[in-house]
Design a protein around this ligand. Sequence first.
Ligand SMILES: [Zn+2]
Length: 267
Amino acid sequence: MSSINNNFIKHLKLTNNLLPTLEIMKERRYDLYGDVKCRMCLEENEDDDHLIYCQQLRDKWLMVANNTIHKCDQMLKDLLSQEKHLQLNQEDTQRLILWNRNFFIHITCSNQELPIPFIHLMLRNFFPKERYRKLKSIVKSEKATLTITTLFLEIFINEFYRIIWQPRCNLVTEWEHTKGIKKKDLKKKIPANQRITYERTPTQQVEGNTYDLKGRRILKHNEQWSIALEKTRQYVNQFIREGNRVIWKAYNNIKTYKYRYSSFSFV
Ligand SMILES: [Zn+2]
């Protein structure tokens, strides 16, 4: 891996896999970024979801997928050639090669709108569970599975960086240049009273659930209801228990002698 990209991966890990998209720049410096749109399609706001769905990136995502598979094919062959890393029989070797080649084939339950399956997960450094299980059933070792999935993710992120993120940054830098925005402007802190707040919709979709930017799950309407009901139930129960305890205490004070040896309890 190139050192530039290692830094990029480190950056992603440090920022909790959040890319410094234009929407994030708007939150920081609305005065400079205003209502700038994605520099590739010039139509939509650029958040990390948009990087997945932007129409201008569809072909590039396919390229990312193809390159990832191609490079991982080589990586697997390297691992297999060094017996101390991975020892598989002929049949399992074949299954492993196929596992990789079919990695980005859409599975029936996956989100068909994605240009390639699993990007939304892998961009956040998650490895799809079902693919992980399949791999483990082939290599039959936790350690080998972890090694392969880690390398796979790194290759994927590397290709994303090279094919999508780097060219995207060049376009943004070009735009910033036309607006006279300089890197040193971005480092300057501006006084709170001069700050223009910009609030984007801070959500992300991961496998059917919606999360906010801190990774907290945002509850659906019915889930909120059931939690509210559960809280009410707990409250009522607690009230009954504590109410009883108070009553019990009062009762106890008066009739201690009567209950002293009884195992009966209100709680
Ligand atoms: Zn776009």
